[in-house]
Design a protein around this ligand. Structure first.
Ligand SMILES: [Zn+2]
Ligand SMILES: [Zn+2]
Length: 145
């Protein structure tokens, strides 16, 4: 019985080593990002003085190293940046990103670009973009989820 366990354990180790050595030759696929919700219920709007709900599905064969979220005004006059370099998203292959990004009260109203980037541990980066409208704060429109 004990011998069988040792045998199957060594088989697993051999297979794992084989899998690792085969993988070394070809690079991991670039990270894939699907922005599932930008703003509450994917409204693509955010209120200044509130936070914006953001959800994305991430698949990174090369394991996530960092996630960068950047909002900037179309004319580049204002920018909000947030980086995730540690925590539950880092070092994994497949994750669901869900965060709330603070939009400062003084943020100018209007149209923004959202750039959402994932960099894997092999240094490959994928960026997806969305347009977001920053509007005036309205307490009736505030959502916590
Ligand atoms: Zn949320
Ligand atoms: Zn842009």
């Amino acid at each position: 019985m004990k011998k069988n366990i040792i045998l199957s354990l060594s088989a697993i180790i051999v297979f794992t080593l084989l899998a690792i050595s085969c993988k070394k030759d070809d690079e991991a696929a670039k990270p894939e990002i699907t922005l599932t919700e930008v703003g509450h219920e994917n409204s693509k709007t955010a209120m200044r003085g509130d936070d914006m709900h953001l959800e994305a599905d991430i698949v990174a064969e090369g394991l996530v190293k960092r996630i960068d979220v950047e909002f900037h005004k179309e004319d580049g006059s204002y920018e909000i940046e947030k980086a995730y370099t540690e925590g539950k998203y880092i070092g994994v292959k497949n994750t669901e990103f869900h965060e709330h990004i603070d939009i400062p009260e003084e943020a100018p109203l209007g149209e923004y670009h959202l750039h959402f980037s994932v960099t894997d541990q092999e240094g490959q980066t994928t960026t997806v973009e969305a347009h977001v409208q920053v509007v005036e704060y309205d307490e009736h429109e505030h959502h916590d989820e």
